[in-house]
Design a binder for this molecule. Structure first.
Ligand code: V47
Length: 368
């Protein structure tokens, strides 16, 4: 039988985790090698306890969510990323473009945050994107707008020759408040060459977020995992984000995005629930300067997300409305849920649901 070593209240089967736990308790930063050990360990219970310790120190038993609506204005995209089932070419079956009125119909006064991410459209001028943000802001001035990934900003710049700062400034004037974390994929030139050669790489993605932060625009960060990336590449990705956060403190949340196999089938099956939990816990432990870690229920399903709330996640995204990117890749989660269902999910996980706004200001604490 394997021996158990108890250190500061945590029982360890994997002795390699003990020195890491000592560093976590002392508030010391974890290294690349530590990160790889965390992603490799079979001692899931101890890993969860360590991550939960950090989460609890930051946010107690609270778990944040937002009443939000995902809007994906078009799936027409000049890129051909090999993990993406969502993107279509002009004229292809299933290609769509939403009008401003159609977009506005998706929103109501209850929605606190809209999240806008879509295709890199070949001919929509930048003004079209600006107009979407402006129209939402004018009709729903109290709704916060989280819009356009760094990859989209990079594309607007290249396609329409507008300086990045001007793009961000014009979007801000139109009503954009924060930026989503998509488009980061994995910061590895090997993976980029193989899966998304046409898309902004690490340096561009980080530079655009650095610029946004310098302008006072807060943003999120993501990583797409569970395809061809190595564990080392995942850890390196987290370290790049941690370094930028040291510099700017502009990131709000990190969201590990589990690759949805769909029809692209880069691997035969999606990451297991255990793998998802390892990823959430490792993110919490490595990203010591990120305020929040999200368990994105759309991609890992509600059950795993609920357990993720004991593995370092303190945010569960929101009600979402009608998600299209993961569902184009056959995600099995519901396409959106009601507030009551999120509250119940968090309560069933024995945590305190806290409704937040886009900037993590608390709107309502569901104490009882
Ligand atoms: O960058 C595309 C990913 C991202 C697949 O900031 C896929 O709060 C999994 O930006 N399987 C866009 N993922 C989503 C995004 C996002 C999502 C949730 C929260 C936030 C936030 C941002 O979707 C893309 C890409 O990495 N994606 N195809 C797929 N098959």
């Amino acid at each position: 039988m394997e021996s158990i070593l108890v250190a500061d209240g945590v029982a360890f089967l994997d002795k390699e985790l003990v020195p890491i736990w000592e560093q976590v308790r002392a508030g010391q930063r974890l290294s690349y090698d530590d990160g790889v050990k965390l992603l490799r360990t079979n001692d899931i219970a101890a890993l969860g306890k360590m991550a939960d310790y950090v989460k609890t120190k930051r946010s107690g038993s609270k778990v944040y969510f937002v009443i939000n609506r995902h809007i994906n204005p078009t799936n027409i995209c000049v890129l051909s990323c090999s993990f993406c089932d969502y993107a279509k070419k002009t004229g292809e079956d299933g290609a769509y473009e939403m009008s401003t009125e159609e977009i506005l119909e998706l929103i109501d006064d209850e929605i606190r945050e809209v999240h806008i991410v879509g295709g890199h459209h070949p001919t929509w001028p930048f003004e079209r994107y600006e107009e979407i943000v402006r129209a939402i802001h004018e009709r729903f001035p109290d709704t916060q707008i989280k819009a356009f990934t760094a990859s989209e900003i990079d594309y607007f710049h290249k396609r329409w020759k507008i300086p990045e700062r001007e793009i961000l400034e014009r979007l801000r004037v139109a009503g954009m408040q924060t930026m989503p974390g998509g488009g980061a994929e994995v910061f590895s030139s090997r993976v980029r060459r193989e899966l998304f050669p046409g898309k902004a790489g690490r340096q561009r993605w980080l530079d655009i977020h650095r610029l946004a932060h310098s302008m006072g625009i807060r943003s999120n960060a993501t990583m797409l995992y569970g395809h061809i990336e190595t564990l080392g590449e995942r850890v390196q990705h987290l370290i790049y984000l941690r370094e930028l956060q040291d510099e700017t403190e502009g990131f709000l949340t990190f969201i590990p995005l589990e690759y949805q196999v769909g029809d692209t089938k880069l691997v035969p099956r999606h990451a297991s629930a255990i793998e998802d939990l390892r990823m959430i816990a490792t993110s919490r432990l490595m990203l010591d300067n990120f305020p929040h870690i999200k368990a994105y229920w759309i991609m890992i399903m509600e059950e795993t997300a609920a357990i993720g709330l004991h593995f370092g996640a303190d945010d569960i995204d929101g009600t979402i409305g009608e998600e299209k990117i993961a569902h184009a890749a056959k995600a099995q989660s519901p396409i959106g849920v009601a507030r009551e269902r999120i509250v119940r999910l968090v309560r069933d996980a024995e945590r305190i649901p806290v409704e937040r706004d886009a900037l993590y200001n608390e709107v309502y604490v569901y104490e009882h």
